[in-house]
Design a protein around this ligand. Structure first.
Ligand code: ATP
Length: 253
């Protein structure tokens, strides 16, 4: 394992503004999907969560957002245990996520799709309207704001999902394969947008992504999973050259 202690050190030093798992295991019947993983992301950081199919990335993101309880270990927000709380609790605490499937209201306008999230989180109409306009600008969705969400281009659909996650300016944002199905150029644009979201909101971001150009463009650090275990944590340029990571992730020998 490469530099895994960096994660534990980070979770200690940034406990006042971090989201972390501590020694988390998640079992589904006889299958151990996550095996004693300690991961930490700080405010303002973009952490890439990578690994081969079935490595446990989505399960870990589910755990960091309250959608999956750990079988053992803890989830910590700013050093405080939040394991076992509901997804709504996590959302109210400023932890937002996107889903692989989008989950949009396809007959509603792009603007209304974003607004319902702010309203559901308790913001009044006036305040929500201001937040929605900011999110539309941040995600580059102004030109399609009045269109039905089901009628916009695929890349804009993905951006709506991110806009809904960031509209109330979360402390932490978890993105599950946001660039899936995009062209190289679209990936490049999305990577810039995600970096802009981090700069504008100052949130910590965990991004699951198979597209390595997106990962190398924006991630300050990588956490590599393999078969539910932490394989490596550290600098992307170092890890993506490491034979251990290339062998596990890229199938190279
Ligand atoms: N609810 C569940 N019940 C049973 N097994 C599950 C459940 N969710 C995930 N798994 C299993 O846990 C393992 C990890 O799955 P997970 O989806 O987290 O991997 P992943 O790294 O996100 O994969 P991918 O890159 O293909 O999305 C897999 O073997 C998967 O089949």
């Amino acid at each position: 394992m490469t530099n895994v202690n960096a994660s534990a050190a980070l979770s200690r030093s940034d406990a006042s503004s971090s989201l972390a798992t501590e020694d988390v295991s998640i079992r589904f019947g006889g299958l151990t999907a996550i095996d004693r993983v300690s991961l930490s992301v700080a405010r303002g950081e973009i952490l890439g969560l990578i690994g081969p199919n079935g490595a446990g990335k989505t399960t870990l993101v589910n755990c960091l957002t309250g959608f999956q309880r750990p079988s053992s270990g803890n989830v910590l927000l700013n050093g405080r245990t939040v394991s076992g709380k509901s997804p709504q609790f996590y959302r109210r605490e400023g932890i937002a996520r996107t889903f692989q499937g989008g989950r949009l209201f396809r007959d509603m306008s792009v603007r209304d799709n974003i607004e319902v999230t702010a309203l559901a989180l308790g913001y009044g109409r006036g305040e929500a309207a201001v937040l929605v306009e900011d999110a539309l600008v941040l995600l580059g969705l102004n030109a399609v704001a009045a269109k039905k969400a089901g009628s916009v281009a695929y890349t804009d659909e993905r951006r709506i999902g991110i806009a809904r996650a960031v509209v109330v300016r979360p402390k932490f944002l978890l993105l599950d394969e946001p660039a899936a199905g995009m062209s190289d150029h679209e990936c490049e644009e999305l990577a810039s947008t995600i970096a802009r979201v981090r700069d504008d909101i100052g949130c910590g971001i965990v991004i699951i992504e198979h597209n390595m150009s997106v990962i190398t463009a924006i991630c300050g650090r990588l956490h590599v999973l393999d078969s539910g275990k932490t394989l490596a944590v550290g600098d992307p340029s170092v890890l993506l050259r490491s034979p251990e990571v290339r062998n596990a992730y890229l199938g190279e020998t």
